[in-house]
Ligand binder design. Sequence first.
Ligand SMILES: C[S@@+](CC[C@H](N)C(=O)[O-])C[C@H]1O[C@@H](n2cnc3c(N)ncnc32)[C@H](O)[C@@H]1O
Length: 408
Amino acid sequence: MQKFINKLQSSLNDGSFVKLTLSKPRAKSQEPRANLNNVYVKPIILKNEKMFSFTYRYERRDETKNYDAEQSFEIITNFINEVFLNASLFTLTEDVTLLISKKGKATVMTKAVKEQRDQNVQHDKVKNRLINTDNPWWFKLGLTTREGKVTADMQHKFKQICKYVEIVDGVMKNVKFDGKVRIADMGAGKGYLTFALYEYLTQRCKYDIEMEGVEIRPDLVVKINEIIKESNLKDFRFVESSIDSYQISAVNSQSIAHGSRLMAHGSLDVLIALHACNTATDDAIIKGIESGAKLIICAPCCHKQIRQEMEKSKIVDPITRYGIFLERQAVMITDAIRALIMEYFGYKTQVMEFIEMEHTPKNILLVGRKSDAPVDKEAILKQIEDLKKQYRIEKHYLEKVLFFKPLN
Ligand SMILES: C[S@@+](CC[C@H](N)C(=O)[O-])C[C@H]1O[C@@H](n2cnc3c(N)ncnc32)[C@H](O)[C@@H]1O
């Protein structure tokens, strides 16, 4: 223990301190809100003075306080002696881990740092970012360095993450939710956007949410669930399933403790599907409609089904005779019919730009908000039929939902 404390003291005083994480509290309080799960410490410049910023992570909130080196040393040693069993210290030259057993036996592990390390010291005028890249999951997901700096090749993904969170936040503010908000992210992939939304809604907006990422690739599901577990993120999980066979679940705190799922049909508030391939987006929209989701947000990916139908019909008009225009027209028809079908089921729809075209042509976000306003279903069906007739489309995959009876 003394070895760790000595290293901590010298790093705080000689300027080599990069960051410190305290984890694994010795005891839980009866009052969950009082539970301090982690403390994160990093250097910061305040009014030209070097200070240390402490982020106290409680069950439902974060608190930040700044101290000088001497105060920081005292607070951290108190925490190690009385509150936390694990501490990880990162300095410019080494990583030092302290593990204290329940019986009080301390083990210290030291690893030399090979790469050139950046202290990433923030100044008081930091950018007010929607996502806190110091959160440990961003490093585990591969978005940042160990010090919380977005890596060069993930800059574009980070931009997309921030834009996405900004849009969803704007959309969610206009929807009234009661109690816990249940969210399913279909075709969640490596989880960047799923974690971003979870972090933003729980840490910044203080929503009480329950989130499931649905992904068909078992390797990804296992990996992401490990990160969720290590990060102690509650009411959050990835489920291995294809979108169309996904069964909407409700996870209550008791069932999480026992590692099982409770089925509760029709209990989804927000359905998300970002870049789910071809008709997987339609399967996701069907789940949203069936479960009476208040919000459906999708960023369609490839649009093979309609394009193939258009190619098959060999219709040649001044637009579709050009291959590129045929491709774009297929995209617009696919998504226009999706929007019409969502409207048929009472969703007010909006189409917005996700990120700039320079990054990807798949940049459309289709948003449906459930409304009580009356709908002229006959008129909508006619518009769908007219579009299909014009481009000799036999059927749109999503039309099959028209024969279902949604729950509400
Ligand atoms: C292009 S990635 C998108 C990942 C993430 N949503 C994003 O936008 O960054 C699509 C993901 O959906 C998964 N996927 C494709 N079809 C699926 C299906 N029918 N059911 C479940 N997952 C599916 C793929 O394995 C892949 O990980």
